[in-house]
Design a protein around this ligand. Structure first.
Ligand code: GLU
Length: 419
C-alpha cells in the first residue's frame, strides 16, 4: 500500500499523541521521561532452516513498554517491514490500551520481519519455535504474555505455548493468549477485537444520534479484525458498501453480503473479484462517502495526504495507529468523530485478559458470559473517555490518552521509584 514519504514513523506518531495529551495532565517530576521510554527492548537475529535446506537469518523483537500495572501484554506480528520503531509504538499503545479498559497489564509488542504469506507451514513452525526460544527469557504468565497480531493466528500461538512449555517441563497455557480452544484458548477470542470495536461504535452512535440501521460502512482490511467488525455491522443491518484487503477493494452501494464475501476470500485469498462489485485500490475505500469508516488494516493509512478526502461521520480505528497526527487534525477540523485505537480495538486484549484469568483458574467461561463481560468493559471505557473529552473539550484520542496516562502515572506513583 502506498504511504507518503513525509509521514512520521509509528513511534514518532505515538510520542506525538502522548505529548498532546500530556498537556492536559499534571505530570509529576520525572514522569514525562518514564512514560515515554520503552522499559525493555530485545532484538534477536536467529537462524531458521528453510524447506529447501538453506539457512536464513531472521530478525525479531520483543519490547516491553511499561510494567507499572501488571505483566507485559501484547501481540506478535509477522510482517516484512517489522522494525524496532514500529514495535516500540505498538508496545506503547498496548500500555495505554490496557489502562483505558482498566485491565491489570502493562504494554508490550513483538514481531519478526518475514513474509509469512510466502512461507510453508513447516517453515513458520520452525521460525515460531526458534523465535519463542530466543525471547523466552522475558516470558511467563506473570511476566510477559504473548498474543496474535498481523499474520499470526491461533496455530502460531499453539506452537509458542508448546515451545515455552517444553522448556519448562510442564504445560503453561497462561503464557500465551489467542490459543486454540483445545489447549486452553477462550471462547470469543477470535472475533473479540471486531466485536469490541462494534460495541464502541454502538456507544458512539448513541451519543451522536446516528442510526446504524440506515448507515453505510466502509472497512479497510479484511483480516481477523476487519472480518469480525464488518460481520457485526452487517448482522445489525448497516450497509457495508466497501471493503478492501492488501490486494484491492470492492464496492457495492447496495451493500455487500459479508458472509458471501468471507467465503470468496477463503476460496480465492482476496476480496478482489467478488461478484456484482466495482473494484478499487486498497486505499480508495478510505475516501468513499459513508457514515462509518473503519480502518482495520495497519498503521499510517489516513495521513496528511488523504485525510481531507475522508467523507465519513465517524471513524473507528480497528487497526493500531491507522491515523497520523496530521490526519487527526484534519478530521477534527472537518467535524469527524474519531474513536481511537486504544479504545476501539481494545476488545482483543480484553478477551485475552479473560483467557489468562481462565488459564490461571483452570475454569472456563461460556461464550455468552464472555460477550457480556466484554460489552460491560467496553461500554464503561467509552463512558470514561467520552466524559473526559467533554470535560477537557478535546477529541476522543486526546481524552483516551489522558485517561490512560493518568492511570499509569497513578500506578507508578503508588509503587514509588525503586530503590
Ligand atoms: N494484537 C492485539 C492488539 O493489538 C491483541 C493483543 C493481546 O491480546 O495481547 O491489541
Amino acid at each position: 500500500m502506498a504511504v507518503a514519504q513525509a509521514v512520521l514513523s509509528a513511534y514518532e506518531n505515538a510520542l506525538g499523541q502522548f505529548d498532546r495529551a500530556a498537556r492536559y495532565i499534571k505530570l509529576e517530576a520525572g514522569m514525562y521521561d518514564i512514560l515515554r521510554a520503552c522499559k525493555r527492548e530485545l532484538t534477536t537475529h536467529f537462524p531458521v532452516r528453510m524447506d529447501d535446506g538453506a539457512i536464513r537469518v531472521f530478525t525479531g523483537y520483543r519490547i516491553q513498554h511499561n510494567l507499572a500495572r501488571g505483566p507485559a501484554k501484547g501481540g506478535i506480528r509477522y510482517y516484512p517491514k517489522v522494525n524496532l520503531d514500529e514495535v516500540r509504538a505498538l508496545a506503547m499503545w498496548m500500555t495505554w490500551k490496557c489502562a483505558v479498559v482498566n485491565i491489570p497489564f502493562g504494554g508490550a509488542k513483538g514481531g519478526v520481519a518475514c513474509d509469512a504469506k510466502s512461507m510453508s507451514l513447516a517453515e513458520l513452525e520452525r521460525l515460531t519455535r526458534r523465535f519463542t526460544s530466543e525471547i523466552s527469557l522475558l516470558l511467563g504468565p506473570e511476566r510477559d504474555i504473548l498474543a496474535p497480531d498481523m499474520y499470526t493466528n491461533a496455530q502460531v500461538m499453539g506452537w509458542m505455548m508448546d515451545t515455552y512449555s517444553m522448556n519448562k517441563g510442564y504445560s503453561v497455557p497462561g503464557v500465551v493468549t489467542g490459543k486454540p480452544l483445545s489447549i486452553g484458548g477462550s471462547r470469543g477470542r477470535v472475533d473479540a477485537t471486531g466485536r469490541g470495536c462494534f460495541y464502541i461504535i454502538m456507544e458512539a452512535a448513541r451519543v451522536l444520534d446516528l442510526d446504524l440501521l440506515s448507515s453505510t460502512v466502509s472497512v479497510q482490511g479484511f483480516g481477523n479484525a476487519g472480518i469480525s467488525v464488518a460481520s457485526r455491522m452487517h448482522e445489525l443491518g448497516s450497509k457495508v458498501i466497501a471493503v478492501s484487503d492488501s490486494s484491492g477493494g470492492v464496492i457495492n452501494q447496495r451493500g455487500l453480503n459479508i458472509r458471501e464475501l468471507i467465503r470468496h476470500k477463503t476460496e480465492t485469498g482476496s476480496v478482489v473479484g467478488f461478484p456484482d462489485t466495482e473494484s478499487c485500490s486498497p486505499t480508495d475505500v478510505l475516501e468513499i462517502p459513508c457514515d462509518v469508516l473503519i480502518p482495520a488494516a495497519m498503521e499510517n493509512q489516513v495521513t496528511g495526504d488523504n485525510a481531507e478526502r475522508v467523507r465519513a461521520k465517524l471513524v473507528a480505528e480497528c487497526a493500531n495507529g491507522p491515523l497520523t497526527l496530521e490526519a487527526d487534525d484534519i478530521l477534527h477540523e472537518k467535524g469527524v468523530f474519531l474513536l481511537p485505537d486504544i479504545l476501539a480495538n481494545a476488545g482483543g486484549v480484553v478477551v485475552s485478559y479473560f483467557e489468562w484469568v481462565q488459564n490461571l483458574q483452570e475454569l472456563f467461561w461460556k461464550e455468552d458470559h464472555i460477550h457480556q463481560q466484554l460489552r460491560e468493559i467496553m461500554s464503561g471505557a467509552f463512558a470514561r473517555v467520552y466524559e473526559k473529552a467533554q470535560l477537557l473539550d478535546v477529541d476522543m484520542r486526546t481524552a483516551a490518552m489522558a485517561v490512560a496516562i493518568s492511570t499509569v502515572q497513578e500506578a507508578t506513583m503508588m509503587r514509588g521509584i525503586f530503590p
